[in-house]
Design a protein around this ligand. Structure first.
Ligand code: 6PG
Length: 244
């Protein structure tokens, strides 16, 4: 399902309403709501919209927050995905952090990947032997990467591990990332993608063109859950069918 919006602001309002609705339904039914967040710049606007949830201020205290990936830097580092989320979502909400399960980018990467894998296995319900998130929010880089799975590390899309250590091909920065199987095991996966620089790769992926398989984002195909694309008009401008 493709959703296209005139602006990132409209996109963020719509997606935040979906997150709020799903979290509320899950929690009101007495179930946990386990969501994994991506980093980068695009989610900032979404997190700002999620803060303003006047009709249910206590909702976010009951949601379990996890990460899709993290840069191997300390939590106060400008490139930390945790820091970005804390500044735009948790701190404005004065959250208790009791349900915040961050990836510890400051630790030895392989040790942390092991720890986080064990944490997910203990905290999340399993489906087909793999942890199952209620929702995973993904972005896509202008090289077609998603999470921290880059085009030169496609094996991470089919890894037997839940968490792996990756490396940014340009900067060499180490990352901790969820792998393909656990992402594709989620109940609902939502891409949030903006900007004209991503339009041609996005069109290649969404129109299943030959060669699109070289982009990691093309391999996100939930095994049983749903996949949705939240796009701004710039990112969607090359699509033959641009959705609702
Ligand atoms: C990260 C992300 C990464 C991100 C894309 C898009 O840690 O960088 O999780 O996968 O989603 O790079 O980033 P932008 O939203 O900044 O374009």
């Amino acid at each position: 399902m493709i959703h296209t919006f005139q602006s990132i602001n409209e996109l963020a309002v719509s997606l935040s309403e979906v997150v709020i609705k799903l979290a509320r339904e899950s929690i009101r039914a007495g179930n946990p709501f386990n969501i994994a967040l991506s980093g980068g710049s695009t989610p900032r606007v979404l997190f700002e919209k999620m803060v303003s949830c006047p009709e249910d201020p206590g909702l976010w205290e009951q949601v379990n927050f996890f990460w899709v990936d993290e840069r191997c830097v300390p939590p106060d580092h400008p490139e930390s995905n945790y820091r970005m989320t804390d500044e735009t979502l948790f701190s404005p909400l004065s959250l208790s952090y009791a349900h915040v399960y961050r990836m510890m980018g400051e630790e030895e990467p392989h040790t942390e990947a092991d720890r986080y894998e064990a944490l997910l296995r203990s905290q999340l319900p399993a489906w087909e032997g793999l942890p199952c998130f209620n929702m995973i929010l993904l972005g896509m880089g202008s090289d077609g990467h998603t999470a921290s799975v880059f085009p030169d590390q496609m094996d991470l899309l089919y890894s037997g591990r839940i968490c792996e250590v990756a490396r940014h091909p340009g900067t060499g920065q180490q990352r901790i990332t969820l792998t393909g199987p656990v992402i594709n095991n989620a109940e609902r996966v939502c891409f949030m993608i903006t900007g004209a620089e991503k339009a041609s790769i996005l069109a290649s992926i969404l129109e299943d063109r030959r060669g699109s398989e070289k982009y990691p984002a093309a391999h996100i195909k939930p095994a049983w859950g749903t996949l949705e694309w939240y796009l701004d008009e710039e990112a969607a401008h090359l699509l033959k069918v641009s959705g609702s």
